[in-house]
Design a protein. Structure first.
Length: 357
């Protein structure tokens, strides 16, 4: 069971390793000496912390961390959530629950440590809506690819792309081509009917989520201002406002962009800077939305003469590499991320007026 509690009144910082049923606690006093190190069952967790004096409780920002964070805040404790990558360097030797709890407790006491804010239940629900939409969109893509592949087995080649989904479903359901000829036999249509029904259900579910996101954006003044930026639509704006609760936690726009993994990876030494590809760290979902939005901005930049699109067009013309479009799109996403930070911290909206010659 580990070391038992000697004096509850001396506890100032607690490292809590979360689990489903068995939790590990590592508590220290003001001198840094271990005051308690033991396992707790799920039913024992709240009574244990209710008996403790008000102190700092540190946990990794993992599954159920926000739930337990809200519960401990109600008890009067100061809760700090740490990114798991910031805890790993403090794990001594072999990894186990006790070592993890001790590492969490030690990492939380280090100066300059960064913490994840505890989310409210409403904020988590907003993020769950985005995660559900992402899962449904992936299932829809898989179902469309399966339907297209099955039709190719009987010699019917359908065009790729989600924009042709309606024609693909109609072909599988009716069996007629544009000339009115039957190209899909009845037995094949009967076999593919479940796929068509699943795609229709997914389309309906995704459409309902999109309507809910559009309604939430209309009610959020910050999200409406973010939508003035090229490449930022309702889905991206609502995802940013739901994920970034306190933009002032970032010192600059570059730091915010680095949080999204859009800055180059450094391998510098001896005063020589070596920059590589983007780090791809941080929130993968936000990074994907910004890059997809940047690709759309590049494809539809004609007819616009604002500063951002002119900069992107100039970069696209200067680059000579084979993958210059994707390279420019990532660079544009980096620019957009910095603009997002400025609008969220300073207010205002994007100025899309044409740049004077």
């Amino acid at each position: 069971m580990g070391k038992s509690i000697r004096n509850l009144s001396t506890v100032t910082r607690v490292g809590l390793d979360l689990a489903k049923r068995v939790f590990q606690v590592h508590a220290v006093d003001a001198k840094g000496e271990i005051a308690a190190a033991r396992k707790l069952a799920r039913s024992q967790l709240i009574p244990f912390f209710a008996a403790l004096p008000r102190c700092m409780v540190a946990m990794e920002a993992c599954s159920s961390a926000h739930h337990w964070g809200r519960a401990l805040i109600e008890l009067g404790h100061e809760v700090r959530l740490l990114p798991p990558a910031h805890v790993k360097p403090y794990v001594r030797r072999n990894k186990n629950d006790a070592a993890d709890a001790a590492a969490i407790c030690e990492a939380a006491g280090r100066p300059g440590q960064r913490f994840v804010p505890v989310r409210s239940i409403d904020n988590q629900a907003g993020l769950m809506r985005h995660r559900a939409r992402e899962l449904l969109a992936g299932q829809r893509t898989a179902a469309l690819n399966a339907l297209r592949s099955h039709l190719a087995e009987i010699g019917v080649v359908a065009p790729q792309g989600a924009q042709h989904a309606y024609d693909l479903k109609r072909l599988a359901a009716d069996g007629f081509d544009d000339n009115g000829e039957i190209v899909v036999p009845d037995c094949v249509r009967e076999a593919l009917r479940p796929l068509v029904g699943q795609i229709d259900a997914l389309d309906e579910a995704i459409g309902a989520i999109d309507k809910a996101l559009a309604a939430s954006v209309k009610a959020d003044e910050t999200a409406r201002r973010l939508m003035t930026i090229p490449g930022v639509g309702p889905v991206t704006a609502s995802a940013i406002t739901a994920t970034i609760q306190d933009p002032s936690a970032f010192a600059s726009g570059r730091e915010f962009s680095a949080f999204l993994g859009l800055t180059p990876r450094q391998s510098s030494t001896g005063g020589k800077e070596r920059l590589g590809r983007i780090t791809k760290m941080g929130d993968r979902y936000l990074r994907k939305l910004l890059v997809v939005g940047a690709c759309a901005t590049l494809r539809h930049r004609k007819g616009h003469n604002d500063a951002l699109r002119r900069w992107a067009s100039g970069m696209l013309e200067r680059k000579t590499v084979k993958y210059k479009f994707k390279l420019t799109a990532v660079a544009l996403a980096n620019k957009v991320a910095r603009i997002v930070f400025v609008l969220m911290t300073r207010g205002g909206q994007y100025d899309d007026r044409p740049v004077p010659a």
